[in-house]
Design a protein around this ligand. Structure first.
Ligand SMILES: *[C@@H]1O[C@H](CO)[C@@H](O)[C@H](O)[C@H]1NC(C)=O
Length: 141
């Protein structure tokens, strides 16, 4: 009985340590990243280039979009709409006014491809105001 008990508590302790370690990993590495850095979210800046240089992103990282009207932030549904800058089935994440002040925050909480773009003028179709990100799970690191 006594041995059984100490085995169990050793297992419990081991499990708790694992949980704490996993939690620390996930919470500890999440970062807040301002899209475009000091350039913010604006026409004439290459966000594909920015995303490449800022990669990799991790699950639960936060992207902050700071901008002025008439910019906005859309989530495009797939690669094709991203390539074509087709906003027909896109989801408006943040309107012209949401980028003011501290900006608009998106948490990359899913393991998927996120296609971001602005629908203003030809800022997407010029190839500039769009980028994609695929956050990596922490346990893969
Ligand atoms: C933006 O940068 C990427 C990566 O450096 C490059 O491949 C692309 O041609 C650039 N786009 C434009 C419109 O300059």
């Amino acid at each position: 009985m006594k041995m059984m008990g100490s085995t169990n508590s050793a297992i419990t302790r081991g499990f708790l340590l694992l949980v704490i370690a996993a939690t620390t990993l996930v919470v500890g590495q999440a970062e807040t990243v301002v899209v475009g850095g000091s350039e913010n979210w604006r026409p004439g800046y290459n966000y594909t280039d920015w995303a490449l240089k800022s990669s990799p992103f991790y699950i639960n990282d936060k992207l902050v979009f700071k901008y002025e009207a008439p910019q906005n932030v859309y989530l495009l549904p797939n690669l094709w709409s991203y390539i074509k800058c087709d906003f027909k089935n896109a989801k408006l994440l943040a309107s012209e006014t949401n980028g003011a002040g501290n900006g608009f925050e998106v948490v990359l909480n899913q393991w998927r491809l996120y296609y971001f773009a602005s629908s203003s003028g030809n800022d997407c179709s010029s190839g500039m105001m769009k980028f994609f990100a695929m956050p990596l799970p922490h346990w893969n690191y």
